[in-house]
Write a protein that binds this ligand. Structure first.
Ligand SMILES: Cc1cc2nc3c(=O)[nH]c(=O)nc-3n(C[C@H](O)[C@H](O)[C@H](O)COP(=O)(O)O)c2cc1C
Length: 208
């Protein structure tokens, strides 16, 4: 059974979030191409996640050095693995996110910090670093302003280049992005912008 892991980085519910409209269109497209497909959604703003304090950090550093963990460090490491397991099992990773202050919402950065672990999701080899996650990926959502190729603000977009780089590091290479750009700056056209992004996302999902 093909599985899609949906990382929902939206702080707002489906009744309010424009990003989730685009994300759900992707899922609809993917489901139409994979009738037996299973979607597992993680709503990041409801999750505690890892990397909160020194114990989390030390557990990660000690494990990456090959040390055996025990006690509180082991518990914390196991908690981190709880978020990594669905990622390693997924055939498709979909991240749905708005842009916040030119980058990802803090919860999405926390998820990246939680799942990016040496010897678990990437490793160093004699040929250089290698990602260990096999899923294909896509990044969708919405932005208040317009950051499309050729627009004056294009270079202010630290969201998709950052996510694409961070995902490629753990093995999810060439994750395409599909965003509704300008949903706040172009309020009168917002519905049309979202509908067009949804259509693109649906097609993208069908192809994955
Ligand atoms: C805290 C915060 C920061 C934001 N920062 C940006 C930004 O840097 N650039 C931008 O274009 N829009 C920014 N926005 C607007 C959101 O990207 C836009 O409203 C988006 O559609 C929200 O997604 P949602 O409807 O899924 O919540 C910001 C919104 C919030 C709440």
């Amino acid at each position: 059974m093909p599985t899609l892991l949906h990382i929902n980085a939206c702080s707002r519910p489906r009744s309010q979030s424009r990003s989730l409209r685009v994300g759900d269109a992707f899922i609809e497209g993917w489901k139409s191409a994979h009738k037996d497909g299973v979607v597992h959604e993680e709503v990041l703003f409801r999750e505690e996640l890892a990397m909160r304090d020194a114990t989390d950090t030390n557990a990660r550093i000690d494990n990456s050095r090959g040390a055996d963990l025990s006690g509180e460090e082991k518990q914390r490491f196991d908690k981190m693995c709880h978020y990594i397991e669905p990622l390693k099992k997924a055939d498709v990773l979909l991240i749905t996110t708005p842009m916040w202050n030119f980058g990802p919402p803090w919860k999405l950065k926390q998820w990246i910090d939680t799942v990016t672990q040496a010897r678990v999701t990437f490793e160093y080899t004699s040929e250089g670093p290698r990602g260990l996650v096999k899923a294909k990926g896509a990044i969708v959502g919405s932005t208040g302003g317009v950051y499309k190729e050729g627009d004056p603000r294009e270079t202010h977009n630290f969201l998709t280049p950052y996510l694409q780089w961070a995902l490629a590091w753990i093995g999810v290479k060439d994750a395409p992005a599909c965003f509704a750009h300008g949903v706040d700056a172009q309020k009168d056209k917002a519905e049309q912008i979202i509908a067009e992004a949804c259509e693109k996302a649906r097609r993208l999902g069908m192809g994955m």
